[in-house]
Each structure stands twice: as structure tokens, then as C-alpha cells.
Design a protein around this ligand. Structure first.
Ligand code: URP
Ligand code: ZN
Ligand code: ZN
Ligand code: ZN
Length: 485
């Protein structure tokens, strides 16, 4: 079995920065220290050696709004590796009425060409005794997170009673609920009104989903999670109203995790005012891009620790697909890309500006989510025994982002023209070099499913506390009871 050493770089983890070589054998990190020797040397001089990025929020070949998202596990994972991300987590979406296990078979069938490791979240899109039972089988398969959509009325949306039932089931199984928090009833009503008033363009998508829609739903999801005694993860937190709800709950001691996207951190609602219909429609996603003031809130959350993870919600549709919504913004497939751009964009707009330290950068791109999903320290770590999922980031290497040179299958990029620094000199997936100085050598089919264990300490602690404070009948002396009872 041949070995490799990443030589002469600076190791940067979520809590340490130090000079060391990193030796790899059999897909794992086997030694960290000075002057290491191996069969092959990867020169990391001037570079930062970091845990590969983990993107916990992607939709590859997702059936949605009458079509499929354009990047599949082949192009999607190649894009990920090209940008320094070495693991993705996709969402398995049962049709309403469909068995969770049947849906899982469909998702398993999509992944044979994956070039980096992956896992799934299971979505709860409807509720029944069958779903309740199958959630246990899903956990046994190593899928310990369950997604709930409070939006997309008539499609993926679940109601409060279903969400409460599912959250309680998550608590019992030691799993964690994920939530897309937007008030789907209010969105549907606003959409109808806007259409009736002749507001049919892509900008109306943003008008129909104001920050209040997200703030209300985020608060509701958090309160429901509290009542169920379960931690909760809020995906694509885009505005101060949602962040405020998360911050407040965390201050009270609740285990709530917020996930801003790189798109919401760096792009704003002025994109929808672009006179070019295609330009605006390509940026239609839920929640929509916001007024710039929300970006300050999201950056502050990453700095203060009230927001935990930066993801992409990579759900790419071609211009042709976006045009399904010409004349009716409700039919524009919702979603944008970003898998390849998350690491360099966050490095450039976060670390290079002084908003984030390098260690905070590693925490929010990799280590925090590895811990939340119980993947740590197999993933998200530079430690002996960890998978050699590593990005060797060259802070002096830059590019101008352009669709013409991207790995993603779509014909545009929402970050087109952005100048970024901080590109991978090497990306390694379980020790295999998948990117070398801009050349993508990703091996189709190399990616493996990563199973996860339930019952994180935080789940156990919450269950214990919930049990301790559960409502119990007061045992009364019969003498204290009214006569005749
Ligand atoms: O617009 C979005 N975000 N599309 C993907 C599905 C979802 O809501 O995450
Ligand atoms: Zn969503
Ligand atoms: Zn999503
Ligand atoms: Zn391989």
C-alpha cells in the first residue's frame, strides 16, 4: 500500500494552526509531524492544510417543480472536489404517500458515479403510522437527520401537527430534525395576490417571500422542537428575523443550529431588479436573496457563533429550465448553484476581509457540521485516524469565477465575474488526489455512502432533561379530594 505526505504546509483546524507534514496511507491520516517521509510527496509550501469542505445541503438530480435539478452525483461531486469540498449530503425526498425505504432505493440508484463521499438526509413529506415505523429503519441505515419543509404548499410541505409528531419521533430515535422554515400558507396567499395584480416576473418571487415569512416559521419550528425535546437544524437561514429567533433560542440554552448559504452572504435582492429576465430568474431560490442589511446579520452570526454552518443548497437549473416560469414566477424552478464556489467565496469574503479567522472558516465549512451530523472525527478533522479528506488551500491562487470554466452542468453561474482567492492546490478524497493545481482528476465512482450513528450526546442530554421535567400527575391525599371522587 503506497503512502503520501503533504509536506511543508500549515495545518489549520477548527481550533489550531501549526506547521506540520501530514502522512496518508490507506485513505486515512496515519501521522502528523515534522519531516515525514512517504512514497509520494505533495508540496504544500505556502499553503494551508485543512479538513476538506463538507456541504450538508445539496440537491443532485432532484425531482422538483416538474423537472430535475441539472447536476447529478457525477457533475455535482466533481464540482464539489474542484472547489475543495470532499463530502456532500443530499436530501432523499419521498413522494407524498411513498414509502421512505422505496424513496431511499431511488436515491441509492443515483449515486454510482459519485466522486466524493456522500450521505443523505431523509425528508418527511407526509405522515402516517408507516412513516413513523420506517423512520426507525432509516436510522438503522445510517441516516439520522430528517428534513421538514414548512413551505412548498401542496407538494413537500408538512403541517405543524405532522412536524410535532415527526420531531418527537426524532427525539425517540436519537435523530435530528432539519427544517426549511418559511410559512407556506402565507407564501401561497401572497403568490396568488401578486399574480392577480399582474406581478408575474421573477422579482415577484422575492415579494412573495418577505423575511417575516421566514422569521415566523423559524420561530415556530424552534418552539416545536423545544416542546418535542429535540435539537433542530434550520437550513438556509437568510435574514435577521430568522437569525434572531435562532439567537434567542440559543441564548436560552436550546440546541439550535443555523445554516446561512454562501449566496445569501454575498448576493442581494438587487439581482431580481435586473432588466434581463434570465438574469433574475437564474437567481430565484427560496428563501430569496435579501436586502444587504441581512448580510451583516449573517456574518455577525458566524462570528458570534449563533450561526454554525455555511452551505450552498446547490440545486442547479439551466436557463431553459428556468424559462418554465416565463409569465408566471411560481413556475420558475427554485434553486441556485454554488458547490464549486463556496470555499473560495467564503475565503475571499470571510477570511480575506477579516470577518472570519482561518479556524472559524474551517469550523463553518467542515468541522461544525461533522459534529452536528456525528461524522466527526472521521470527517471534518486533521487527526490521526481521520479520513484523508483534505484541501490544501493556496491563499495566493485566484481566479475570476465564470460559467465557461466550471464543472457544474448549467450554463451560468450566480457568482459570474467575482474575483476570488484561496483555491485548492490539492483536494484529496480519502487520500486520492482529485484536484491538482486546477486540474480536476476526480475518479467517477470513488465516492462512498457514509453511514451515521444516532444518539449524539446532545440528544441523550435533551431526552434526560425532557423526562425529568415531563408533566406528572400530582398524587393527592384522598382527604384533600372533594367528597364522592
Ligand atoms: O430554492 C431552493 N432552495 N431550492 C431547493 C429546495 C430547497 O428548498 O431547499
Ligand atoms: Zn429549502
Ligand atoms: Zn435545499
Ligand atoms: Zn477510488
Amino acid at each position: 500500500m503506497s503512502s503520501k505526505v503533504i509536506k511543508g504546509g500549515t495545518v489549520v483546524t477548527a481550533d489550531l494552526t501549526y506547521k506540520a507534514d501530514v502522512k496518508i496511507k490507506g485513505g486515512k491520516i496515519v501521522e502528523i509531524g515534522p519531516n515525514l517521509k512517504a512514497d509520494k510527496v505533495l508540496d504544500a509550501k505556502g499553503c494551508y492544510v485543512m479538513p476538506g469542505g463538507i456541504d450538508p445541503h445539496v440537491h443532485l438530480e432532484m425531482p422538483f417543480m416538474g423537472t430535475y435539478s441539472a447536476d447529478n452525483f457525477e457533475s455535482g461531486t466533481r464540482a464539489a472536489l474542484s472547489g475543495g469540498t470532499t463530502m456532500v449530503v443530499d436530501f432523499c425526498l419521498p413522494d407524498p404517500g411513498q414509502s421512505l425505504l422505496d424513496a431511499l432505493k431511488r436515491w441509492d440508484n443515483k449515486t454510482s458515479l459519485a466522486a466524493c463521499d456522500y450521505s443523505f438526509h431523509m425528508a418527511v413529506t407526509w405522515w402516517s403510522e408507516q412513516v413513523f415505523n420506517e423512520m426507525a429503519d432509516v436510522v438503522k441505515r445510517g441516516i439520522t437527520s430528517f428534513k421538514h419543509f414548512m413551505a412548498y404548499k401542496g407538494a413537500l410541505m408538512v403541517n405543524d401537527d405532522e412536524m410535532f409528531a415527526s420531531f418527537q419521533r426524532c427525539a425517540a430515535l436519537g435523530a435530528i430534525p432539519f427544517v426549511h422554515a418559511e410559512n407556506g400558507d402565507v407564501v401561497a396567499s401572497l403568490q396568488e395576490r401578486l399574480m392577480a395584480e399582474g406581478n408575474t416576473g421573477p422579482e415577484a418571487h422575492a415579494y412573495s417571500r418577505p423575511p417575516e415569512v421566514e422569521g415566523e416559521a423559524t420561530n415556530r419550528a424552534i418552539m416545536i422542537a423545544d416542546m418535542a425535546g429535540v435539537p433542530v437544524y434550520i437550513v438556509h437561514t437568510s435574514c435577521e428575523e430568522a437569525h434572531e429567533a435562532i439567537r434567542r433560542a440559543r441564548q436560552k440554552g436550546q440546541r439550535v443550529y443555523g445554516e446561512p448559504l454562501i449566496q445569501h452572504l454575498t448576493l442581494d435582492e438587487s439581482e431580481y431588479a435586473n432588466p434581463d429576465w434570465d438574469h433574475a430568474a437564474r437567481r430565484v431560490m427560496s428563501p430569496p436573496f435579501r436586502d444587504k442589511r441581512h448580510q451583516d446579520s449573517l456574518w455577525a452570526g458566524l462570528q458570534a457563533g449563533s450561526l454554525s454552518v455555511v452551505a450552498t443548497d446547490h440545486c442547479a437549473f439551466t436557463t431553459e429550465q428556468k424559462r418554465f416560469g416565463l409569465g408566471d414566477f411560481r413556475k420558475i424552478p427554485n434553486g441556485t448553484g454554488g458547490l464549486e464556489d463556496r470555499i473560495p467565496m467564503l475565503w475571499t469574503y470571510g477570511v480575506s476581509t477579516g470577518r472570519l479567522t482561518m479556524n472559524e472558516f474551517v469550523a463553518v465549512t467542515s468541522t461544525n457540521i461533522a459534529k452536528i451530523l456525528n461524522l466527526y472525527p472521521k470527517k471534518g478533522a486533521i487527526l490521526v485516524g481521520a479520513d484523508a479528506d483534505i484541501v490544501v488551500l493556496d491563499p495566493k491562487k485566484g481566479k475570476t469565477i465564470t460559467a465557461a470554466k466550471q464543472q457544474s452542468a448549467i450554463d451560468y453561474n450566480v457568482f459570474e465575474g467575482k474575483e476570488v482567492m484561496g483555491l485548492p492546490r490539492f483536494t484529496l478524497t480519502r487520500g486520492k488526489v482529485a484536484v491538482e493545481d486546477g486540474t480536476v482528476k476526480a475518479e467517477t465512482g470513488h465516492g462512498e455512502f457514509v453511514a451515521r450513528e444516532p444518539n449524539m450526546p446532545v440528544n441523550a442530554a435533551l431526552s434526560k432533561w425532557k423526562d425529568l421535567v415531563a408533566p406528572r400527575p400530582i398524587v393527592r391525599d384522598p382527604k384533600m379530594m372533594p367528597a364522592g371522587v
